[in-house]
Write a protein that binds this ligand. Structure first.
Ligand code: NDP
Ligand code: OXD
Length: 309
């Protein structure tokens, strides 16, 4: 039994070194080196090349290096009987929460505009917004959404949520399903997308949804680029209904050079950095699942194939 790491960025060596340091008894390979394919039982992946998983005849589990698994479901070569796991980690959740809080406060206090003004030596005071006047709506009240909601409440925000199943979270009203979606939207001065990307949620941030938001609402997408219909966002910002957007994720990453989001004065772009899996914090759960596989025990943090998350 052995682990293979498959990812197309420059982080393979760091993950491999850390895995070996914590579990010297386990064989860990990069998919780029010569390795015994039939020994691989666990593949740890992040945006793996198409068909990369086909070459492991004894694969027993595919583990995402992140919270999202959309890129694994997109790969039709992953055999249906193989369980898929994802990262559930308090550090990932608190990093996300800190990021979204920073984005909201930067928007409230016009910090981006002042940075642009500074570069032109322009002295131009602007009106600012207050926490006490704002309701934040979070789409997706899972591991990340719930932590964000709790932190926003601690910071005196009025917070509401939306999910598929009911939740009891002190101080937070959670709406569910399509029936309650428009009521939820009509109250959200800031709308945050923390949904998984599935068949149901693809393109959910569109004209129809933006129309239901209060005038001058601000949209933050820290989930996946596939949730957003880019042209619809531009239309609703340019016609003045929305006051702007903070976007961390895009259909194509890196965002193509010619994309209009880059230069839009009301769009704040970041390069998919809202919350990045922390190696030290995530390795114990990857190793625990590897040991569970070895011992034939149930795996932790498996996703539901039917639901797609
Ligand atoms: P979870 O699976 O824990 O939570 C998903 C939430 O979305 C659940 O509350 C679920 O409802 C709700 N949901 C799913 N489908 C629907 C639907 N059709 N309608 C309404 N609600 C729905 O995911 P996480 O919180 O761990 O992560 C969310 C996403 O954040 C990830 O999938 C990933 O894409 C993204 N992400 C982005 C990062 C970044 O750096 N930008 C970093 C990490 C994650 P219910 O609870 O009822 O099932
Ligand atoms: C994730 C991500 O899904 O980093 O964890 O986007």
């Amino acid at each position: 039994m052995a682990i293979v790491i498959i990812r197309q960025d420059n982080k393979i060596d760091s993950w491999k070194k850390a895995l070996i340091a914590k579990a010297p008894d386990i064989s860990v390979y990069s998919y780029l080196e010569e390795h015994p394919k039939e020994e691989i039982t666990l593949a740890c992946v992040w945006k793996q090349p198409v068909d990369a998983l086909k070459q492991y005849p004894n694969l027993k589990c595919v583990a995402s290096f992140g919270a999202g698994v959309d890129f694994i479901f997109k790969d039709k070569s992953v055999p249906e009987h193989i369980p898929i796991t994802r990262v559930v980690d308090p550090v990932l959740a608190s990093d996300m929460s800190e990021f979204v809080l920073a984005l909201i406060l930067s928007y409230f206090k016009n910090l981006n505009n002042y940075k642009i003004d500074q570069s032109k030596k322009v002295w131009q005071p602007r009106e600012y917004k207050r926490i006490s006047d704002t309701t934040v709506g979070i789409m997706g009240m899972g591991v990340l959404g719930e932590k964000l909601a709790e932190d926003l409440v601690k910071n005196r925000f009025n917070v509401i949520g939306w999910a598929t199943s009911p939740k009891i979270i002190p101080g937070i009203e959670v709406y569910t399903g399509d029936n309650e979606k428009n009521t939820f939207l009509s109250r959200s001065n800031i709308l945050i997308c923390l949904l998984p990307l599935t068949k149901e949620t693809t393109g959910i941030l569109n004209n129809k949804l933006f129309k239901e938001l209060p005038k001058q609402a601000y949209v933050i997408n820290v989930a996946r680029g596939g949730h957003l219909v880019d042209e619809d966002l531009l239309k609703y910002i340019n016609n003045g209904h929305l006051s702007g957007a903070g976007l961390d994720v895009f259909h194509e990453e890196p965002l193509p050079f010619e994309h209009p989001f880059w230069t839009h004065p009301k769009i704040h772009i970041t390069p998919h950095v809202a919350s990045v899996s922390d190696i030290e914090s995530v390795i114990p759960q990857l190793l625990e699942n590897y040991r569970r596989l070895t011992e034939g025990l149930p795996l932790k943090y498996t996703v539901n194939r039917e639901k797609g998350y």
